[in-house]
Write a protein that binds this ligand. Structure first.
Ligand SMILES: [Mn+2]
Length: 430
């Protein structure tokens, strides 16, 4: 175990919450993610399906969880199926999860071998009329990949065509949006390790360094802290590269007098951090860089002030528009006339310099479940990421914090990662 696993109490709570949303005579069946083939006989590093993890805590492929709350045989109310270790596995890859471990991790008492699924499903289907499944979250991928959930759906429909099939995703989305205390702790851990990586960047950043060397510093620090995955491919974008929103080549040299935008985050027990900081390559902001940086920082402070329960992300985005416009006028990037001209159209003038949304949900997925029109409630975690991109000045500045919605405004979970320009310059001069 590289890091302290999450208490199975969380997964018990999650299953209990899902159970409360289910109608009588129904079952939820979710599959673990398949391993993804890479090339030849190799696979991509394994990452569990977020919904499956949310209900079980298990990190293994070839597993199934079944929840049938009112089944007359109480042993069948919660079952997890896992793969048995073969002799071949013992030699080549090592022991798979034992029954005891699967119970300890998930809190599910009835752990069965995956071969028993076909027999047990008969007893379940005889009792239920509704079957809740998920089909994977990305529509375009689902058909290309023929996911485990998709294969299960086809097998069940063929065998039990008259049952009622429902999508479990909307139920899981409702639950996953509100984070339990244990989940917030995981996100805080992920942010804590991301903070350590931030200081590693400060240590090595200097004119002439490659973007990928900064990426290496981040990755090394993550691994030193037991982290297996980046939450997403890190963006290390110097100079004009910062204006490419999802730049991940990380191949350029960081030049003197430029800024470097770094959007990165650790994944801790499958929970994500998502942080962006923009730093001066030589340790000092030029007057113009500082002017734009402070404008973005003020937008961040404003956005954090107006973000609160009862509003949606869309509401906040809308409320921010006049402040963004004012900032762009002050920076002499837009005139009032230009703004008026395109007001109310599909492409308002400010979008030339700030073209993406200000927030998204954060959790097991870096762009976590929950829509932009969802009303914010205590326990939700979102990012806040205002930015100004000026390609003609080879300058892109984005700042991103991770915020917990509470009854009274927000808590900035990434408070400890320096963001004030004077703080950052001081770090470089130490
Ligand atoms: Mn983000």
């Amino acid at each position: 175990m590289r890091v302290q696993p999450i208490s199975n109490f969380l997964f018990e709570k999650n299953r209990a919450k899902l159970t409360r949303l289910l109608p009588a005579r129904s079952v939820v069946i979710l599959c673990a993610n398949d391993r993804m083939p890479k090339n030849g006989d190799q696979y991509f590093p394994y990452r569990q399906d977020s919904n499956f993890f949310y209900l079980t805590g298990l990190m293994e492929p070839n597993a199934v969880v079944m929840i049938c709350p009112d089944h007359p045989d109480y042993r069948l109310r919660e079952v997890v199926f896992i793969e048995k270790t073969s002799e071949h596995d013992r030699t080549w890859t090592g022991e798979k999860l034992s029954v005891d471990d699967a119970y300890a991790i998930s809190g599910v008492k009835n752990i069965r071998w995956i071969e028993e699924f076909d027999e047990i499903i008969g007893q379940i289907m005889a009792h239920v009329s509704t079957v809740y499944l998920t089909l994977g979250s990305v529509d375009s991928l689902r058909f290309a990949l023929n996911t485990a959930d998709f294969r299960l759906y086809h097998r069940l429909v063929e065998r039990y065509p008259l049952h009622h099939y429902q999508n479990a995703q909307s139920l899981l989305t409702r639950l996953r949006m509100i984070k339990e205390k244990e989940e917030i702790e995981q996100i805080e851990q992920a942010i804590g390790i991301t903070k350590k990586a931030f200081y590693e960047i400060i240590n090595v950043l200097e004119p002439g360094i490659h973007e990928y060397e900064l990426e290496a510093a981040i990755t090394a620090e993550f691994i030193r802290n037991g982290v297996v995955h980046h939450a997403f491919e890190p963006i290390v974008a110097s100079g004009r590269n910062a204006c490419v929103l999802h730049y991940t080549k990380n191949s350029s040299v960081c030049n003197d007098n430029e800024l470097v935008l770094i959007d990165f985050g650790a994944e801790f027990n499958n929970y994500c951090a998502d942080i962006t900081r923009t730093l001066p390559v030589n340790g000092r902001f030029s007057p113009r860089q500082l002017q734009v940086y402070n404008a973005v920082l003020e937008l961040m402070q404003r956005a954090m002030q107006i973000t609160r329960k009862g509003k949606s992300i869309l509401d906040i985005q809308q409320e921010m528009v006049p402040y963004v416009e004012e900032a762009l006028i002050n920076l002499e990037l837009l005139t009032e006339e230009e703004i008026k001209e395109k007001e109310g159209t599909e492409s308002p003038a400010y979008k030339k310099y700030f073209m993406h949304g200000i927030s998204h949900f954060l959790g097991l997925d870096v762009h976590d479940v929950g829509g932009k029109d969802e009303i914010l409630q205590p326990g939700m975690v979102i990012t806040c990421e205002p930015a100004i991109y000026i390609p003609e000045e080879n300058l892109g500045i984005r700042l991103e914090n991770d915020l917990l919605i509470t009854d009274h405004g927000v808590v900035n979970l990434s408070e400890a990662i320096p963001i004030l320009p004077q703080e950052i310059e001081a770090l470089f001069s130490q």
